[in-house]
Ligand binder design. Sequence first.
Ligand code: ADP
Ligand code: MG
Length: 698
Amino acid sequence: MAALRPQVLFPLFAKVTTLPGIGPRLVKLVEKVAGENVADLLWHLPSGIVDRRFAPKVGDAPPGRIATLIVEVLAHSPPPPRSKVPYRITCGDATGKITLVFFRGDADYLEKVLPVGEERVVSGKIELFDGKRQMSHPDHIGTLQQLDDIKRVEPVYPMTEGLSPKILDKAIRAALAKAPELPEWLDAAYQQRQGWQPWREALLAAHAPASDEDLLPTLPARARLAYDELLSNQLALALVRLKARVRRGRSLVGDGTLRTKVQSALPYTLTGAQGRALEEIFADMASDTRMLRLLQGDVGSGKTVVALLALLAAVEAGAQAALMAPTEILAQQHFETIRPLCAAAGVRVELLTGRSKGAARTALIEDIAAGRVPIVIGTHALFQKDVEFHDLAFAVIDEQHKFGVHQRLELSDKGSGTDVLVMTATPIPRTLTLTAYGDMDVSRLDEKPPGRMPVDTRLVSLERLDEIVAGIQRAVNNGAKVYWVCPLVEESELIDLAAAEERYAHLKAVLGDTVALIHGKMKPAEKDAAMDSFAGPRGAKVLVATTVIEVGVDVPDATIMVIEHAERFGLAQLHQLRGRIGRGGKSGTCLLLYAPPLTLTAKSRLETMRDTEDGFVIAEEDLRLRGGGEVLGTRQSGMPEFKMADIVAHGELLVAARDDVKLILSRDPALETPRGEALRTLLYLFGQDEAVRTLRSG
Ligand code: ADP
Ligand code: MG
């Protein structure tokens, strides 16, 4: 039996089509703006207000203001047939008159809602036309009984085109009416200190702002809802991790022979940061609880050799080890770096990707299953059902934000008690690390290998393209190698691809055959050819590429990087791209080409790139300028998206939630106390069913 959502939550997990006014046509729009379930509408908080409490007499109603008027309907003036003139209705009270104006007004409808001789309530903006008061398309028309419903502070919700505010508002009211009282999952003392209402009250209050201040993230009701969301996030991560830990790990201790051989084959000595990270990793491996550690380090900080030495420690201990990369190119790159070093230690290493086919694949899989391959490098092809390891004890996941939590655990399921090391090149601010990984152990490579040269970064308008191309031509004539990166955004993939091809043709026309093109839609063999040509001594000098992944290859003698439409990239992405140059002992130049005019934020972001090369500074700045949801640039970033919590505004609540979870799980790891039961409800409320399941299967 799957985990069971508590019955009290059933109404919230009904589809939005169960709400009044949401039929098959509107459901798509509601799903787009909020989500498919009633609960998603609860999380859709107002972004503004319209104050309709101002209710003057008609003669006093000032133009330009929103007002709610009680009027008598005096006369209808429909337009003559086929004319463009609007339908007009004259209304008034003892103090004056006002004309209601309806372009393409429907006579039947208007006669029904505004019958002559009756009193009605209308609310909307007062305008002045030809010196007379009018109101075009009132926002609300109602009877006197409906006065109180109309004359209020109305919340304004984030909208999408084609959806009417009235319909959305009505659906949200209906959703709120279904919100049940829920058992309190907050710690009573903490709740009291914060002055927070119970969940349902907070929800209703957050949807009923009376002033602009009530829209701030610091509003107690909003803060509470944000805390609930963060608490469920932290609790879910901690439970998944607890489960991974409870399954016993094994102690992996090698004798150091293989590592010594590889280290003496390296043309350099390890940096202090690499040494520290390895100490931490070896200590985790030696302990018999399962390891789940994040290795964070900027591009070029030397993660690969750290991973390799950890893999070798597992092999020394008599087990198998695997390294998984998010793309074939990166897997291939790791393989090529690692193979010669492993050869120095006499250790067999193989590559398994989607490209492995036929008899060679079959033979390889047999060798892996028989334990004849101590180190396997690959892509998610390692997940395939028929890939079985003899004894997988250690897995490194080079994730670059492409894998989710569950995939991470999936690979470790290929072994029993497999230790996992996750590597990431994106410097993630501390707060975001928490939301994505929970309170995971982290090793940071915060010291660059010696010999890295600074990169001179400049911002240049695309209007100066000709000058830039001329400059590139001079540099190429002097032997430089140049990356030319074009953006590729999922939503406009075809247009972007065309733009990249056009740029390629343009550069080729100017620079001749020294230009190569690589993009994700090319066949693997074509990609290889382009890469090999650019990496080799006599091949292409300019590589036109889309996105990070295609240029994820190490070409140490490339010194120039041009990034077109830099304003469309995330800062983390720009930082990663720039890290590809200035590696081979020569300083680099990075040109960030932007399409003017830049917004203030965009300008500020690009200036940050120009002014620093410190990935953590860049990440913090990006977070500050854009907020958590966008910091990594793309939706596929693997970072959780929050509906109500704002990582910047609610950063302290996140830390509090983490500490709260620590305490909860130390006292009640199976969530069996009354508060534990309430916390289960919280997890279900935020769709963390998987996390609850870890409690049942044990
Ligand atoms: P990352 O994977 O963190 O981006 P790499 O592992 O690819 O970085 O390392 C970048 C480059 O630095 C490689 O060419 C590697 O050989 C080199 N390198 C790694 N560690 C050191 C070190 N301690 N001293 C000098 N060079 C190093
Ligand atoms: Mg690397």
